[in-house]
Design a protein around this ligand. Structure first.
Ligand SMILES: [Zn+2]
Ligand SMILES: [Zn+2]
Ligand SMILES: [Zn+2]
Length: 137
């Protein structure tokens, strides 16, 4: 696991630091999106500013994307291999479980194309599903 984490950082031309390794490892092991509080709970000694910067760097590099779930909390999940620096392609739905409050990427469900009225231009679209997840059934 450690090697996979280091290889991934290298492939994005990121220097390997302890925090980057720890945070990326959490994302690789997690089956759901992670918010700052999830990460802080698991890495107790982590500095908040460092964590914030690490998440920003990962997002900019195309390693993680924001999993918008309507909960108002910012959560992130690992990207697929198609993402690169400043070019995310995570056009899939996110499922929010109202019981465990976890958010999961629905890779097979893509945000539908919409035809907008004249004069409107779209920059981003989110598809949020909410309900009860597998684990909470
Ligand atoms: Zn992405
Ligand atoms: Zn659940
Ligand atoms: Zn996602």
């Amino acid at each position: 696991m450690e090697k996979a984490v280091i290889d991934l950082l290298k492939s994005y031309q990121l220097r390997t630091t302890t925090v980057r390794k720890q945070v990326l490892d959490l994302f690789m092991q997690s089956k759901h999106a992670l918010g700052k509080t999830n990460i802080e709970a698991q890495l107790e000694e982590i500095d908040r500013i460092t964590l914030y910067r690490t998440l920003r760097t990962f997002e900019q590099k195309g390693i993680i994307h924001e999993a918008v779930d309507g909960s108002g909390k910012t959560k992130y999940a690992l990207c697929s291999h198609e993402c690169s620096e400043h070019a995310h392609h995570d056009h899939h739905a996110h499922f929010y479980c109202s019981l465990c409050e976890n958010t999961v990427c629905m890779d097979s469900i893509t945000v539908p194309e919409v035809s907008l009225p004249e004069g409107f231009r779209i920059n981003s679209a989110q598809l949020i599903l909410s309900g009860v997840c597998q684990n909470c059934q």
